[in-house]
Write a new protein. Structure first.
Length: 119
């Protein structure tokens, strides 16, 4: 099971740090991705970190978001800086399969955490 936390309400330009913790299994052998879904839109990939620490980002968040992992704590993080209203969405973490730098697909989803960026 994956559980996300750290969402909230923040003003434009603000920062949030999301956490994804695993229970019942260890994350260290898996790629873990962050995805988001805004109202009325399809879920999209935000960032992914592989088991060997390769990282990939959606173009919309490059330079603003940073993904990291702490296998000792069985957690993956998403540091989000310079947030924009268009970042407003429910954010999910998931075990992720990386097919290419721009093609990653999630499975075994968490319940999500809401991020709202006010203008």
């Amino acid at each position: 099971q994956l559980v996300e936390s750290g969402g909230g309400l923040v003003q434009t330009g603000g920062s949030l740090r999301l956490s994804c913790v695993a229970s019942g299994f260890t994350l260290d052998t898996y790629a873990i991705g962050w995805f988001r879904q805004a109202p009325g839109k399809e879920r999209e990939g935000v960032s992914v970190i592989s088991s060997d620490l390769r990282t990939y980002y959606a173009d919309s968040v490059k330079g603003r978001f940073t993904i990291s992992r702490d296998n000792n704590k069985n957690q993956v993080y998403l540091q989000m800086n310079n947030l924009k209203p268009e970042d407003t969405a429910v954010y999910y973490c998931a075990v992720t399969y990386i097919y290419s730098e721009s093609d990653w697909r999630g499975d075994h989803w968490g319940q999500g955490t809401q991020v709202t960026v006010s203008s």
